[in-house]
Unconditional design. Structure first.
Length: 358
């Protein structure tokens, strides 16, 4: 039962504490007043800069008035024709200098205008408190990126797509069911965070265990109010591995905690989500309208990924003929985060967006 009470979000680089422990987490008062981090202009990505694209930092607001900071990538040798565009975000707990930026730069090399953004409350984007996630606001962040892209003179507003990595794959499908301006949607190594928050891995958490989790989370809310701050989750990626962690946790650690993927602004590299972040995910299913998506969808996942079933479950919800589930042979979840494995199917993403943003 104790294992069932654990809110298993560690597959994205962290876990939230068990219900009984949540009320005992100490307050880190610096979380409540931490403003948006200073926006830098130097190249500080985990991947090398391409000489085939240009990159510039941009800012825009979402519908809730939160300022989002993004990197805009453009093909260097583009003609005067308006470009198709793709907004990119993810993974959960990552920043635009990691996987989303890599995907954005690669697609820009292939002829697209791309926008890799930090979601609300994270990275260089605004919003307080820091390090909190929301199925509503983070879905809105994708629409805000479409707002920005659709108003640029060099972009064709009728040819805009979205690409979500990890948990932002679920956000991408969620926004695609709502925002009719989106003409094509792709996901990579997708996570349905509302499913895992509410039901645990492989739906291992039953109603009684979920109620106990909610009791602990709501006790934490009372403690947060009394303390005047927001407690961080107490169970995140360790600073050192013991060797006894599940293999996928070791895989995340090898990305976020080593020079391969570490970034000082990434939650998974250097901080913790707020302890009460799971509440809205538990109560608000991300993919409840997925069957109503009318634009083309490409769902990409690794064959060996522990998270593969999220993409397979999501794909079953989709209707219509222009939907594809593409399984990358022998790839794990984190294999689709960077160049190291050589397994990200960039050709597949290019073909999909070129075929459907024309």
């Amino acid at each position: 039962m104790k294992q069932l009470l654990t809110i298993t979000a560690m597959s994205v680089g962290l876990t939230f504490a068990s219900a009984s422990a949540l009320a005992q987490v100490s307050i880190h008062s610096n979380l409540k007043d931490n403003a948006m981090q200073t926006v830098g202009t130097q190249w500080d990505k985990i991947f090398p800069q391409s000489d085939q694209v240009t990159q510039q930092k941009v800012q825009f607001k979402n519908r809730y008035g939160i300022t989002l900071v993004a990197d805009l990538y453009l093909p260097k040798n583009r003609t005067g024709k308006k470009l198709p565009a793709v907004a990119v975000a993810g993974a959960f707990g990552a920043v635009k200098e990691q996987s989303s930026g890599l995907y954005a730069q690669e697609l820009a090399k292939r002829g697209f205008a791309t926008l890799a953004f930090d979601p609300s409350f994270t990275g260089e984007s605004g919003g307080e408190p820091r390090n909190v996630a929301s199925p509503d606001i983070n879905t809105e962040d994708f629409s805000a990126a479409v707002d920005f892209l659709s108003n640029q003179d060099f972009i064709d507003a009728e040819r805009i797509g979205v690409l979500g990595i990890c948990v932002w794959g679920g956000m991408a499908l969620n926004v695609a069911s709502m925002d009719t301006r989106i003409k094509a949607t792709a996901t990579s190594t997708m996570y349905d965070m509302s499913q895992v928050m509410a039901n645990g891995y492989n739906n291992s958490v039953d109603q009684a265990a979920r109620y106990a989790m909610l009791q602990g989370l709501n006790a934490q809310r009372s403690a947060d109010f009394k303390a005047g701050g927001f407690a961080p989750s107490s169970n995140n990626l360790p600073e050192k591995l013991s060797g006894e962690e599940p293999w996928f946790v070791q895989e995340y650690w090898a990305f976020y905690k080593t020079p391969r993927g570490f970034h000082p602004r990434a939650v998974n590299s250097n901080a913790a989500w707020t302890a009460t972040t799971p509440l809205s995910f538990i109560n608000m299913p991300l993919l409840q309208r997925a069957g109503e998506i009318q634009n083309p969808v490409l769902v990409v996942h690794g064959e060996k990924a522990h998270s593969r079933y999220f993409s397979e479950d999501a794909f079953k919800k989709l209707t219509g003929g222009n939907k594809e589930l593409y399984i990358v042979p022998n790839a794990t979840h984190v294999d689709l985060y960077d160049y190291q494995s050589g397994k990200i199917p960039f050709d597949k993403f290019e073909q999909f967006f070129k075929a459907n943003l024309k």
